[in-house]
Ligand binder design. Sequence first.
Ligand SMILES: Cc1cc2nc3c(=O)[nH]c(=O)nc-3n(C[C@H](O)[C@H](O)[C@H](O)COP(=O)(O)O)c2cc1C
Length: 209
Amino acid sequence: MILIEQLKWRYATKRFDPNRKLTHEQLHTILEAVNLSASSLGLQPYRIFVVEDSEVRKDLRLAARNQSQVTDASHIFVFAVKTNLSAADVAEFVRRVSQKRGIPLEELAEYQNRLISSVESRSIENRTAWAARQAYIALGFLLVTCAVENIDACPMEGFSPEEFDRILGLTEKGLTAVVMAAVGFRSSGDKYQYMAKVRHEISDLYSFV
Ligand SMILES: Cc1cc2nc3c(=O)[nH]c(=O)nc-3n(C[C@H](O)[C@H](O)[C@H](O)COP(=O)(O)O)c2cc1C
């Protein structure tokens, strides 16, 4: 099966070839695929910063334990979640539902109230954690998309969110960084590509009930 072969091919790339860049088409495939991710209530409570600027990336690398992926990959995707998810975000989402599906806003009032209740039933802290879980699903879409497209990627949590927020100006946008992915092409000298995958046995991972 092609998908399984590609998932075996992928690995968390430690050393990228700094001379290889994504084509426009590859970048757009990733942008579109990640935007098609599922999210709770459909809210997509995150924003993704695609960092190309080499000076900004030097600063980010210092805030990411000096991991070389940050400067050497073709592109960096920083997933940031809303810290103040509110009724206004729900209203903006419902407005788009109305527009895309051709349903008058008045008919969506009850639906909007249900969504607002669902969001507001969570503490602010819990809303951010919930938003982060949605961002990680989007990260999963990115990783699988890259694998299928023969593009390398490294998911990364090893950075200071506070420093990333400062460097990218996220706090003033009501956002905070939760996870990132470096995307590009592996260096032939990256020994990790040759290592066997360490995973559970299927029989240990799953229970059929
Ligand atoms: C949320 C998350 C955060 C990670 N953070 C880092 C990181 O900061 N640096 C790194 O080199 N790898 C990071 N990894 C990669 C994991 O170490 C790697 O996925 C795991 O060891 C399994 O190996 P594989 O992906 O190569 O199969 C992270 C992976 C995930 C899912």
